[in-house]
Design a protein around this ligand. Structure first.
Ligand code: ADP
Length: 479
């Protein structure tokens, strides 16, 4: 592997934190420290802000084709370095190498997608209803952005925000999660190599997220916040953004229902469940959190799912043949353990898993719980681990009501062979995305995002770039 980048990236230069602070990055498979990276404080945040603000005007004037080409080159560089990036990601985050490679491809695709969008930003010219006034309509970059990303998809959450910001002509500060700074720093190296001008992207790695981000949001120079993370932190950031009226995009938590009707193809449903539950060890906001299975097929579905989940190999993500890596840290695992204990105390039966292994690393086995009580805490808490909780239902209206009985609304999964029912239930779900007979919805070409307390705005798709653009309208009377 080439040298691991571990400094802040400000104004196109690699620098230490002003006070020299560093923070450790752990390998969740061993619990050992992998390396140290710079730990930014408020002073570094100010420098990053200065660099982003200074670079904004020139960057906004750069030809869309030039911005597009930078993204396209970066897309290719990422793919060329798939193995290297996948190893880096697995070492800091834990996911098995095969999944890490999958994420590298997914991450790169956001750059290709937005390289294509960069040259399609259009405007308008029209006559207003009075017949006299003309309207010239143009799109402008919103301005310097603050991008805050989580640890679960260390590369793709970065490219999903950086891609449209570059395409739109915005400069930015990226603050990655403290658990997974290395992938973001590698990404900065790639973008620099791809020709991104100094100051357009700045990266502050920090263990002091609040101290670094709050002054940026309150300072009046950052014009846009794009955040992916928990609903709790999202709420704090929305409040901080209010004073200076910062535009916000929020990808927050989920509590996905996974609904299996009696007319579902059970093979398809179990395959879908494996993806919706086990992708990323269940550490995804799109992860199926509540399995509602029709009473007549619940036992069969549970048996088959438990068989498949129980056959998965748990171990370090770098080891051949491993399907399930460690969870991100002890805190994450502790939460999963508590939720399972609570469900079992309320009467759930463990079909497979459910016991924390001895030894180092943050491993937790794939677990299937059935007869889960609706009062269990995991019904209204994101599990963020490899635990499938099965409840039964009797009819369509009832399951829709229960599925919607949550403050979240990111994604839902529906399994039925009836087209009418599939569409009816999809439309009835209060969510931003639905997987109809599939356990995977994420795609760079589709608008990702939620309703209710799962967020504001969309990422990816044709609308992804809109989040980084303003309208300007010029009125011209024709005499
Ligand atoms: P998780 O529980 O999955 O770690 P968080 O919402 O805590 O989710 O974290 C998502 C991102 O938000 C991370 O980059 C984290 O450092 C950042 N973050 C957490 N608290 C704050 C805060 N007060 N201000 C700004 N960023 C924050």
């Amino acid at each position: 592997m080439t040298e691991v980048l571990n400094q802040l990236f400000i104004g196109g230069a690699w620098v230490d934190a002003a006070d020299g602070a560093t923070m450790p990055v752990d390998d969740p498979a061993t619990g050992e420290i992998l390396c140290h990276v710079a730990d930014a404080g408020p002073k570094d945040a100010r420098l990053a802000e200065q660099a982003a603000v200074q670079a904004q005007a020139d960057w906004a004037r750069t030809a869309p084709r030039a911005r597009s080409e930078i993204l396209r080159r970066a897309h290719e560089l990422i793919l060329e370095r798939t193995d290297e990036l996948a190893h880096l990601m697995t070492s800091e985050m834990g996911k098995p190498l095969a999944e890490a490679r999958g994420e590298v491809a997914y991450a790169a695709e956001f750059f290709r997608w937005f390289s294509e969008e960069a040259v399609r930003i259009d405007g308008g010219y029209g006559t207003l209803p009075d017949g006299r006034n003309r309207m010239l309509l143009s799109r402008r970059p919103v301005g310097p952005c603050l991008l805050i990303t989580p640890w679960n998809f260390p590369l793709a959450m970065g490219t999903r925000k950086i891609g449209p910001a570059i395409a739109a002509g915005c400069t930015m500060i990226l603050k990655p999660a403290p658990q997974t700074p290395l992938s973001s720093l590698a990404l900065a190296g790639i973008l620099k190599e791809a020709g991104l001008p100094d100051g357009v992207l700045n990266i502050v790695t920090t263990s002091r997220a609040g101290e670094v981000c709050e002054p940026l949001l309150r300072g009046g120079r950052i014009r846009k916040l794009s955040f992916t993370g928990s609903t709790g932190v999202g709420r704090i950031l929305l409040a901080q953004s209010a004073d200076t009226v910062v535009r916000t995009s929020m990808e927050l938590g989920g509590n996905a229902p996974f609904i299996v009707f009696d007319d579902a193809d059970l093979d398809v449903a179990v395959d879908g469940a494996m993806v919706a539950k086990m992708r990323n060890m269940g550490e995804a906001c799109t992860a199926a959190n509540r399995f509602f299975v029709h009473r007549s097929v619940a036992e069969e579905f549970g048996r088959r799912l438990a068989e498949r989940m129980g056959a998965l190999v748990v171990g370090p993500g770098t080891r051949d043949g491993v399907d399930v890596g460690p969870l991100i840290d002890r805190t994450g695992r502790g939460k999963v353990e508590e939720l399972v204990t609570d469900a079992v105390e309320r009467g759930a039966r463990v079909l497979v898993g459910g016991r924390t292994p001895e030894g180092p690393g943050c491993f937790y086995p794939p677990t299937v719980l059935t007869d889960v009580s609706p009062e269990s805490r995991l019904m209204d808490t994101e599990i963020f681990g490899p635990v499938a909780a099965i409840l039964t239902f009797d009819d369509e209206d009832e399951v829709l009501r229960r599925a919607n009985d949550t403050p979240w609304g990111l994604v839902g999964y529906v399994f039925t062979q009836g087209l009418d029912r599939g569409l009816r239930v999809s439309e009835g779900l209060e969510v931003g995305m639905v997987g109809l007979n599939t356990g995977l919805v994420s795609n760079p070409a589709a608008p990702f995002g939620g309703v209710k307390q799962s967020g504001l705005g969309r990422e990816g798709g044709r609308v992804g770039i809109e989040e980084f653009l303003e309208y300007q309208y010029v009125a011209v009377p024709v005499r």
